[in-house]
Design a protein around this ligand. Sequence first.
Ligand SMILES: CCCCCCCC/C=C\C=C\CC(=O)SCCNC(=O)CCNC(=O)[C@H](O)C(C)(C)COP(=O)(O)OP(=O)(O)OC[C@H]1O[C@@H](n2cnc3c(N)ncnc32)[C@H](O)[C@@H]1OP(=O)(O)O
Length: 726
Amino acid sequence: MAQYARGAAAVAVIRLHNPPVNALSLTVLQALEDGLKRADADPSVKAVMICGENGKFSAGADIRGFSSPKRHGVPLGPIISLIERSEKPVVAAIEGIALGGGLEVALGCHYRIAHVKAHMGFPEVTIGLLPGAEGTQRLPRLIGVPAALDIITTGRHIPATEALKLGLVDEVVEENTVEAAIRFANKVIGQPLGPRRLSLKPVPKLPNMEAFLSEALVKVKKQAHGCLAPELCFQAVKAATEQPFADGVRKERELFNILLTSGQAQALQYAFFAEREVQKWTTPNGASWKSTSPQPIRKAAVIGLGTMGRGIVTSLVKANIPVVALEQNVEYLNMGRKAVMLLLEREAMKMEQGAQTLDFHNPARLQFTVDFDVLHDVDLVIEAVFENMALKKEIFHKLSRICKPGAFLCTNTSALNIDEIASATSRPHQVIGTHFFSPAHVMRLLEIIYGHHTSPTAIATAVQLAKALKKVGVVVGNCFGFVGNRMMFPYVQQAVFLVEEGSRPEAVDQVLEDFGFKIGPFRMSDLAGLDVGWRSRKGQGLTGASLPPGTPARQRHGHRYSPLPDLLCENSRFGQKTGKGWYQYEKAGGRTAKPDPWLHNFLAQYRDTHHIKTRFIDQEEILERCLFSLINEGFDILAEGIAAGPEHLDVIYINGYGWPKHRGGPMFYASTIGLPRILAKLQKYSEAHPDVPGLQPSAFLKKLVAMGNPPLKEWMSYQSRQSNKL
Ligand SMILES: CCCCCCCC/C=C\C=C\CC(=O)SCCNC(=O)CCNC(=O)[C@H](O)C(C)(C)COP(=O)(O)OP(=O)(O)OC[C@H]1O[C@@H](n2cnc3c(N)ncnc32)[C@H](O)[C@@H]1OP(=O)(O)O
């Protein structure tokens, strides 16, 4: 709803009220319209002020309404016109946030006053839409085409200070925004409103508008990775430069409707709510976010200053958490310190552009040491040494002796058993896995892994830490590879098998990049380093000296195995770092992947050696074998209770593995394809490759199909808990 009241003197106050973010539901919109009409009809009212309850203007349209069966189009535009046409000045008092439809309401007002800490933006593009209530037509008229295009096509939130510079708001105040807006409204009573009505203003001209727009379109398309909304946002703003306001609005509506009914908008809105859903963590034994409070983290430590440790330290400093960074010797410490300082300097520069500062030269905020005893007073330690169980256990044993009793001990691992690491300590309930993704100061995902003994408080504290680091923390159970990497194994395995059978790395990557992945599996392996997997396979006895003599080259434990990645490593092809891997690069450390004739020859010889008849593999088979095997593993993970729901898997894949967000995550994608089709395809491929367990349909998938392909929201009600795979 919206509350109507009288402010000081002749100003009517309309307060949007719909906790927690004053989303514009139909009820709110109706109340807003009623308030405007009431103010208009009351001769004693000379001006109107619109604000939001609880220090927030509005987060825009109620997103749930877009997927409601009773969707009623876009009723906001006419209300905004009503505001703008008012003969009494209307002032917006923007506190907290004015996003989407909320900002469109503010743009309909004749004046905008913002609190210095407020943020504004058009995030519609991030949920597959465009500002559909005339925002694409008003914003360019107010702040010009380049700034409007940037805000509308990226969805970024801009701070009030930037909004003031752009001319988006008229005044920024440090306190009492609502009172300041009422005072302002009193001052402007009687002033002409024509120049304040944005729909009547021309779009500011650019000397080279056409050239500017063509360049902007190229940039928008490049960043969209197959997502439709950015380009349609662009088209709507372009319409503002070419057509009168009313025609531009018609175009905006037409484009909005295309997006609204697109599968992409549904996927992106699902992803929005999935991200919020996973914050409400639960575990199979009944622990949950509702009944558990996190412990405060006043000081943290990071052990190991390799690539991961450096990123983690940077993240902690950015989150204003004092950090002790520890290395095993002075040489490594100095190297790590130099690298961390470089990262922090870069981050500080970025933050300065947004008028923020980063304090990292103060030893009370960031301390480097080789002395474990310095960790005696930290609240939480993140161990980030390389993936070696013996080394990790040794460190955890030491930590449990040195750290204060309440300290939480986190391990940054991508696959190792949390319970085994915890067994080296005297406090397994305070041990938890925190799987960061590289580069750790950039990637949003934090996989949080609870072990058998991990306490709910440790989970809540890790979730809180993720929030403080501005990451999405997803709580999952303990199994080899956890969720993300476990689903990745069959995907990468299929990619390699496809290359064995006749495809090429660049062909497989192309299909998956066309699907929307930021990077295909082979480019990804080259980036991560082929030696990482090689070391792990040697550790598992799948290759190297511990492989029993006489083991068939392409078989392990009775299942199909491809030695191709091992052979590349034996040829010192570790990927980008050595300048050669599945591709060739301009130099060691180079980034531009080029197909490599050496590799093509090598593959031909390999197939000859192993009597593999090269065959043509079409795009459909590449896509289905890679994606459906990944999804299939996802169903096993759900069946085992490793993740509380499909949303968890989707949030992990979108934020940690470059899955295209406009496809909603692998499990959402599966629901749009239809589970019966996925099952049928897996059955077909597993018949053709009976020695590949990853293609054998999951029992849980079969069950869901037998239950009539229920919607994703209902899947977990069919899950009966099985034991995990550790
Ligand atoms: C029937 C037809 C529909 C009605 C028609 C209306 C008219 C349409 C005309 C114009 C179209 C305009 C397009 C839009 O305005 S689309 C919406 C654009 N806005 C957004 O995308 C903002 C999304 N929200 C956020 O970015 C954040 O939530 C933020 C507001 C910044 C707050 O962040 P934070 O403090 O971290 O809190 P949470 O994200 O956890 O949010 C708290 C809870 O509020 C729910 N929420 C947030 N925004 C919306 C929203 N716009 N609609 C519905 N619900 C929203 C969020 O899910 C959290 O809920 P819960 O606690 O249950 O998890």
